[in-house]
Design a binder for this molecule. Sequence first.
Ligand SMILES: Nc1ncnc2c1ncn2[C@@H]1O[C@H](COP(=O)(O)OP(=O)(O)OP(=O)(O)O)[C@@H](O)[C@H]1O
Ligand SMILES: [Mg+2]
Length: 232
Amino acid sequence: MLKVNQLQTYIEQFHILQGVEFEVPEGQVTVILGRNGAGKTTTMRSIMGLTPAKSGEILFQGKNIMALPPYVTAKKGIGYVPEDQDIFGTLTVEENMRVAMRKEDKATLERQEWILSLFPDLKAAWKRKGGNLSGGQKQMLSIGRALVNETPLLLIDEPSKGLAPIMVKKVMEALQIIKNDTTVLLVEQNFMMASRIGDYFYILDEGRTVYQGEMEQLRKDEELRKKYLGIS
Ligand SMILES: Nc1ncnc2c1ncn2[C@@H]1O[C@H](COP(=O)(O)OP(=O)(O)OP(=O)(O)O)[C@@H](O)[C@H]1O
Ligand SMILES: [Mg+2]
């Protein structure tokens, strides 16, 4: 569904991505792992066109989407949940959902109902302002906003970051349902979450893809986790 070849991205004069490569097959959860500063967020931002890549190739459903403006990328069906959730603090949960909608047709409203069934916490907070939500509720709202439009591919950057353990569990359970009909590219440092949800993984280091394999392999290989991720 998504294929990234030899991605090179600069931020100002800094050469941040220096050959990122991976594939996201339809129907799977592909996980990008790597230490802090490895280039995971920059990779997602390059795909969305928020930090456009300088060279390389990004193919979505066989078509080149390299360096398109973010709104065009989103319209093609790529949902993005950024590392620091993109919700409006002064708007209610309901209003945040409404402004995320590209259309207000039946299918969109049905998707909204589905999202609220996945995240009852959001339904309970429906009239509350985004700024007053807990970290977990903000993450749920951010995921909901991405999924309310037709989204065959969801990019999600560290959904467990900063969340209380109970919220990590709720978000993980929701992702387990979401992955049944949405292809997912997940960046996640929480190895428990990554390994339970992921099918296949890639490891980035210093802006390059350095390792890849079945998630099952990484679950069993403590040495590999230590070498590239610094965890056991
Ligand atoms: N605006 C910026 N200006 C300069 N350097 C930047 C900027 N944003 C990111 N970088 C650098 O680019 C590199 C990759 O950053 P990126 O945020 O993509 O890493 P990451 O893998 O997502 O890390 P983390 O796990 O901490 O989220 C880092 O060395 C970072 O310092
Ligand atoms: Mg990051």
